[in-house]
Ligand binder design. Structure first.
Ligand code: ADP
Length: 257
């Protein structure tokens, strides 16, 4: 499998390699769509390990992750969940948006995230130990719905931490152009537009323009949609439903293109 494209922005590649070599779990923090998942995908490929990704949400419970007994052809058989599979395979296990998961999930992960590096399957009465290649990576978005979902200090302090953010303009232009195939000049305009919207904190948007949204809009332009329309469909509408805001941001897009 070829390594996914990832444009490094700091020392995150060497930190990840260090964490893997030292068998330490890693927490990647940052807003949505800024490259966290792509980074983890690229690192798994670079280290030659399989990647198991779990998108956590409020319904995710320990059984979903660890495994369960199923009835198959009249027999009861145990089926590993993704976390158990990842531990057995020595994979990179990526729990996306860990703070969304229920408390029982987090408790199950504790022995995996400290020096024990093991998982206890109580339904099986089995202790699964992680091999040296296994690594636990979690992501969370600190600004998102502030105060509602937080990681407890006893959980956080098991992880190394790396902060991600939308990259500086030149890098973001490079990423948008690479991912969409848009020419760098137009990518520059689009990124400039995106950064202007980000700077308008007074708009009170719940989430701002992500690199992912800019890549989406860029792909629309490449497909032949007029750039202003691509900005509205690809960036403005996904961000807000407020008619006045839509109008103001549409004007901003018209200035950019
Ligand atoms: P997150 O996991 O932070 O929500 P993603 O990793 O899914 O975000 O990033 C969204 C998209 O942005 C990716 O699919 C990728 O196309 C692009 N991207 C963002 N930052 C980078 C980067 N530094 N290098 C390569 N691609 C990037």
């Amino acid at each position: 499998m070829s390594t996914p494209y990832y444009r490094a922005v700091g020392d995150e590649v060497s930190i990840f390699e260090l964490a893997h070599a030292r068998r330490l779990p890693l927490m990647v923090k940052g807003p949505t769509g800024c490259g966290k998942s792509r980074f983890v995908e690229a690192m798994a490929a670079k280290l030659g390990r399989p990647l198991v990704t779990v998108a956590c949400h409020e319904e995710t419970n320990a059984t979903d992750l660890l495994g369960r007994y199923l009835i198959e052809g009249g027999n009861t058989v145990w089926r590993d969940g993704p976390v158990t599979r990842a531990v057995r395979e020595g994979a990179i296990l990526y729990l996306d948006e860990i703070a969304e998961a229920r408390e029982d999930v987090v408790v199950v992960l504790h022995p995996l995230a400290d020096h024990r590096r093991e998982l206890y399957l109580d339904r099986q009465d089995e202790l699964v130990s992680a091999g040296p290649e296994f690594m636990l990576v979690v992501s969370f978005n600190p600004g998102y719905r502030k105060g509602l979902r937080e990681l407890k200090p006893s959980t956080r302090q098991r992880f190394l931490g790396l902060t991600f953010d939308y990259p500086e303009a030149a890098v973001e232009i490079e990423v948008v152009a690479h991912e969409s195939g848009l020419d760098p000049k137009a990518a520059k305009r689009l990124v400039t537009f995106g950064r202007k919207v980000r700077a308008l904190e007074e708009l009170g948007l719940a989430e701002t323009v992500s690199t992912r949204l800019l890549i989406g809009a860029a792909s629309l332009i490449v497909a032949g949609l007029p750039p202003r329309r691509a900005c509205v469909v690809g960036v403005v509408e996904p961000l807000t439903d407020d008619p006045e805001l839509i109008e103001a941001l549409t004007d901003l897009a018209a200035l950019a293109f």
